[in-house]
Design a protein around this ligand. Sequence first.
Ligand SMILES: Nc1ncnc2c1ncn2[C@@H]1O[C@H](COP(=O)(O)OP(=O)(O)OP(=O)(O)O)[C@@H](O)[C@H]1O
Ligand SMILES: [Mg+2]
Length: 267
Amino acid sequence: MDILIMKIGGSIQDKLPGSFYQMIAQLQQTKKCYPLIVHGGGPMINTLLEKLAIPTKFVDGLRVTTKEVLTVVEMVLSGSINNEIVTQCQIKQLQAIGLSGIDHGLLKVKPVQTIEAIGFVGEVTEVNTAFLMELLENNIIPVISPIGMDETGQHYNINGDMAASAIAKALGGKLAFISNVPGVMKQQKDKSNVYSSLTQVEAEQLIKEKIITDGMIPKVRSAIGSLSVQMKQAVILNGLEPEDIANYLKGNEVGTKFIYKEEVAYV
Ligand SMILES: Nc1ncnc2c1ncn2[C@@H]1O[C@H](COP(=O)(O)OP(=O)(O)OP(=O)(O)O)[C@@H](O)[C@H]1O
Ligand SMILES: [Mg+2]
């Protein structure tokens, strides 16, 4: 059975209707797929940092993470948001377990390489897939907060999209980024005009033209980076339309799709 890796954006998590979790329950009960959730938490992290008067900034959609910022990121992601999503699953009778990438060595990381200093921001080098498969096969939904650890025990903040992409790549299956937009829009703020599919070359061109900016940059790069023979598709969908996910699984045109092509070298 296929695994459906869903990345729930921090942009949408607190606005998801109950029908979203009901839809996941239905997918699980009808054995359409094994659902797995990875989440973000950008807006709630921003709010708490602001309250604590800790400055925050982004480079290409990635949060510059000082030691102080990391403490707040972990509190929000592995504490508040992770627990809230598990709660929403449980009240729909879905068995869910909240984990961070620290638990059971789920996500091993190394620091991301960027030109600018970006602090404790990690990229995944290894996923404990055996443990995830054990949970999935027992009909338990892993709800994963994107925090990882290196071999010295240092914790890192991982962009939620990049964490979901690494997990999808390691497990195979289908990857859906559930966000607060209906896909990659041709003009920012024009929700009626969405690219139905994008190649890597097209996406990088849109980043250059600044049509794709902010958090959409790591999202499209993560979608493309996840593609392989085992992971043939990724999609960006709107979380306010839960039926979009069911439609997507049926193969209908919805959101922005990224499709693996054998002749393309993904870099
Ligand atoms: N061309 C584009 N089309 C659609 N959205 C875009 C585009 N360029 C930039 N964006 C921005 O990207 C945002 C989605 O990324 P963002 O990181 O904010 O959300 P998320 O990943 O769902 O949440 P989180 O990062 O908290 O998990 C949109 O809300 C929009 O403002
Ligand atoms: Mg994001």
